[in-house]
Ligand binder design. Structure first.
Ligand code: SAM
Length: 432
């Protein structure tokens, strides 16, 4: 047992041990707590709401401290033994909630979404976070894992809020096809990261190695269908096989270039595609938008639904993703992919007469100019599906969309990233 550092009324310092009652979960995988004497906020990892813990301070700022719960004095009924031995204070930073049951993790994520909506968007809504179909107790789901490589060429995963690489033998949330590649058992001279992407339905495995000094001749023999090296952004050297992995969703194949975006949970692309269709209810002949379209998943299901009498305008800025989307959408010539920043493209093309649209931006959310176009009172859009992987930026954008004449018609949460604090949301908006 660590001695509790006497804090009196002084601000804590890194290394101090505090005895704390743990409060609500907040965005980022923390629980917030207040120091008994000073009332200063302490963000605690590896703790759960309602617990009494001893926590070791890891960082301080003028306004708050960060700490790791290193001893649990009174445990929550939701607490479990983390399945992974690296999910602990000072260990791997990839998982935030391994010490909570999977059901409790979903309740925590729902509470965080609700809290963000209340604080940032002024909305008070009951939220449910549902399991993704086929989830295996929150483990073995990650079909894409980016391993960090240290200066010695050893691959591992990063410590929390650090560039330091933690050596691991296996990651329990990685899909078993990723684990079978044994990236952490091989040496990667000159590399900074090794990303493995797999397709569970076919067993295909692709590997992208990043690093300015990586030479094909010094790479280990990895079991993969395709291998590429990225020496600089946009510069790729093929080593073996194709430059993409073929993913499978909604009964079709989707080409996704190495390093390109695809939902990482094996059931997430199907779940979200069906949910977006159910929310937008596209009719034959309708015009639709797919903003931030990636490899074109939503544009494809919308194009199939609206048929040749309709039209889909998809927008994506990453050149490789645009090539993938054009390839993936080739069966639906009424779906067109515009390359560029969403704000610039929308300013140029307008909404193209679309009555329905899906937007699936990166974690940073939608930029102001895009919101301005979506809120144009003379615009044609009537129904929007906003897919978000960050409840804070979703809440910020919802506040702007609601102020601009949209109404929130539905909000669903999906546990697409079990054991981590990440969560996927689908907000449906209608023009009021
Ligand atoms: C979360 S992914 C969504 C991809 C796709 N909807 C899917 O489900 O597979 C976000 C995509 O937005 C693209 N992107 C990011 N910022 C962008 C911008 N300003 N304009 C256009 N595309 C952008 C990224 O390249 C990425 O492909």
């Amino acid at each position: 047992m660590l001695p509790v550092t006497p804090t009196a009324t002084s601000a804590p310092r890194a290394g101090d041990v505090l005895e704390l009652t743990v409060g609500e979960a907040v965005h980022g995988g923390w629980c917030v707590s207040r120091q008994d004497d000073t009332g200063q906020a302490v963000f605690v990892r590896h703790a759960l709401p309602g617990e009494r813990v001893r926590a070791t301070v890891t960082q301080t700022t003028a306004r708050f401290a960060r700490a790791d719960a290193t001893e649990i004095l009174q445990a929550s009924a939701d607490r479990v033994v983390p399945p992974c031995r690296f999910a602990r204070p000072g260990g791997c930073g990839g998982c935030d909630w391994q010490h909570a049951s999977v059901l409790a993790q979903r309740r925590l994520k729902a509470a965080v979404i609700r809290q963000q909506l209340r604080r940032i968007a002024g909305l008070d809504r009951e939220v449910v976070v549902a399991a993704i179909a086929g989830d295996d107790g929150g483990l073995r789901w990650r079909t894409v894992v980016s391993f960090a490589v240290d200066q010695d060429g050893t691959a591992g995963l990063r410590r929390h809020r650090s560039h330091e690489v933690v050596a691991i033998d296996r990651c329990l949330i990685a899909h078993e096809l990723v684990t079978a590649a044994d990236v952490t058992g091989l040496r990667w001279p000159g590399a900074t990261s090794v990303e493995v992407a797999v397709t569970p339905q076919t067993g295909e495995r692709g590997v992208l190695i990043t690093g300015r000094d990586v030479r094909p001749s010094s790479l280990p023999a990895i079991s993969a269908d395709s291998v590429q090296i990225a020496t600089r952004p946009g510069v790729r050297t093929p080593v073996r096989g194709r430059s993409f992995v073929t993913r499978r969703a909604v009964g079709r194949d989707w080409r996704v270039s190495h390093g390109g975006f695809w939902q990482v949970h094996p059931g997430a692309a199907d779940t979200l595609a069906h949910a977006v269709l159910a929310e937008l209810d596209p009719r034959p002949g309708a015009a639709a938008l797919d903003l931030y379209c990636g490899a074109g998943l939503f544009a494809g299901v919308l194009a199939e639904a609206v048929g040749p009498g309709g039209h889909v305008l998809a927008v994506e800025q990453d050149p490789a993703a645009v090539r993938d989307a054009r390839h993936n959408l080739r069966d639906w010539p009424w779906a067109r992919v515009h390359r560029g920043d969403v704000a610039h493209v929308l300013r140029r093309t307008g909404e193209g007469g679309a009555s329905i649209g899906v937007l699936d931006p990166p974690r940073t959310g939608v930029a102001g100019p895009v919101i301005d176009v979506l809120c144009d009172r003379n615009g044609s859009l009537r129904r929007l599906a906003y897919v978000s992987c960050d409840p804070a930026t979703l809440a910020r954008d919802l506040r702007l969309l609601l102020a601009g004449g949209w109404e929130l018609a539905g909000l669903l949460g999906y546990d697409a990233f079990p054991m981590t604090h990440h969560v996927e949301c689908l907000a449906t908006l209608v023009r009021s």
